[in-house]
Design a protein around this ligand. Sequence first.
Ligand code: 13P
Length: 249
Amino acid sequence: MRKQIVAGNWKMNNDLAQTETLITELKMQYSPQDAEIMIAPSFTNLWQSFNTLKDHAIEVIAQNMHFAESGAYTGEVSASMLKSIGIQTVILGHSERRAFFYETDELLAKKVNAALQNGLRIIFCFGEELKDRKSGNHESVVESQIKNALFHLEASAFENIVLAYEPVWAIGTGETASPEQAQDMHAFIRKTLANKYGKETSESISILYGGSVKPNNAKEIFGKPDVDGGLIGGASLNAEDFFAIVNAF
Ligand code: 13P
């Protein structure tokens, strides 16, 4: 059985006090779930968040990391630094990292290797832009993003990789991929994985959808057979909305 996961990507939101408040609210809203629940606060709030949720089922994860172990990379954080405070999962390849910080497939392959070497689990994000969707190239764009950053890996590496399909045109725009568009792409991703690694591996990988998932559309999206959960931006900043999404399973 594939894991069902709902992860909140807080992006560059919430200072320390706001982080503490939101975590308190999340704890109040929490009820035991089959789905794994994660939140990704900013770097400055990771340690505090991790400690607050240490014995709780909500996992605290990181939004990014550098590929190098250590060294002269001002402003960056390494996989082993994340590990040293107890973090076990990192988001890599988010479209905002690709667009605003020029992260390429080649760079992401290095980050993927570094994360896996350090025993971190990865939520690997990818997704096409509106122009790709309009020109009908969305599948080939997604296929190359996955191949370029992940297909050098052995099948066993995918035990520690979760995929997140996030069409750029649906992120923060209020425009969601329809449940059918999400399902079609997730099925395509699974087929791409099956061609390379075999059906057993492809069936075992959780594929999350991200892009304007809200309490009112989560149920339909999560109801699709190849959608194993969501990566939630805006709606994860409100405890009630976030748990309404979690409870959509
Ligand atoms: P929104 O849910 O705000 O569209 O963001 C999605 C996202 O980028 C999650 O990583």
